[in-house]
Design a protein around this ligand. Structure first.
Ligand SMILES: Nc1nc2c(ncn2[C@@H]2O[C@H](COP(=O)(O)OP(=O)(O)O)[C@@H](O)[C@H]2O)c(=O)[nH]1
Ligand SMILES: [Mg+2]
Length: 216
């Protein structure tokens, strides 16, 4: 095994142990005044409603319902915080989904303010994982989100979800297109993670990335 592979294997194992241990829901914050104290590094998860964010959080933590998988997408407008580790070494933040077609303008505006203020003001925020449905690729609403992240200068990784839903050649194409789009962005990591919560694909790598990002 090369030294690089050994380092990677060590990180994957540490991440596996960490995420199989204590993970606890702390609170929902409907506005910034309800945020928990900024004591530990945070990694946030963002994406369109129905992108598979709750499922990915559940797969990441190996639990069935740490994050509720929704039947009515686009309803929650809160930031949900989860502590990881004992003692706590990081917090995961489940950000409210966006791009819900039926959302009234006032709800969209409230979402925008909450997310923008959080991204700009949260000093412990180490990275955002921006989830993109592999079937659809990057949409206008995702470009809006990427622009907000670039403007807030918050580093982010693009994560393709539901990779099991499309054929291998389609996945290859959407992955290449997504990498090309990420490379044009100022704050995006130049690689993408390809995942399926359903098939547990890419989950080890995702865990390792989250742990590594929390330690930067
Ligand atoms: N086939 C497949 N379906 C998925 C996957 N991840 C999520 N889904 C489904 O997509 C829908 C939305 O998932 P959810 O996690 O609630 O999305 P959220 O709104 O982004 O939190 C649900 O019906 C899930 O079962 C996946 O990796 N593969
Ligand atoms: Mg959800």
């Amino acid at each position: 095994m090369s030294e690089e592979d050994a380092i990677k294997a060590e990180l994957i194992e540490r991440a596996r142990v960490l995420f199989s241990g204590r993970i606890e829901f702390i609170k929902s914050a409907p506005s910034l005044k309800f945020l928990p104290d900024p004591d530990v590094p945070e990694i946030a998860f963002a994406g369109r409603s129905n992108v598979g964010k709750s499922s990915l959080l559940n797969a990441l933590t190996g639990r069935k319902s740490i994050a509720r998988t929704s039947v009515t997408p686009g309803r929650t407008q809160e930031l949900n915080f989860f502590e990881v580790g004992d003692p706590t070494v990081m917090q995961l933040v489940d950000m409210p989904g966006y791009g819900f077609a039926k959302a009234p303008p006032a709800v969209t505006e409230q979402w925008r303010k909450l997310v923008r203020d959080f991204l700009r003001g949260r000093v412990v925020l180490k990275r955002v994982l921006l989830l993109i449905d592999a079937r659809h690729g990057i949409k206008d609403v995702d470009n809006d989100m990427m622009r907000m992240l670039d403007e807030a200068a918050v580093g982010y990784r693009v994560v393709l979800t539901k990779a099991d839903k499309i054929k291998a050649e389609e996945l290859e194409k959407v992955t290449a297109e997504t990498i090309a789009a990420a490379r044009k962005r100022t704050a995006a990591y130049p690689e993408v993670l390809v995942t399926s919560s359903e098939k547990k694909m890419g989950i080890e790598e995702l865990r390792a990335a989250v742990l590594a990002d929390s330690e930067i």
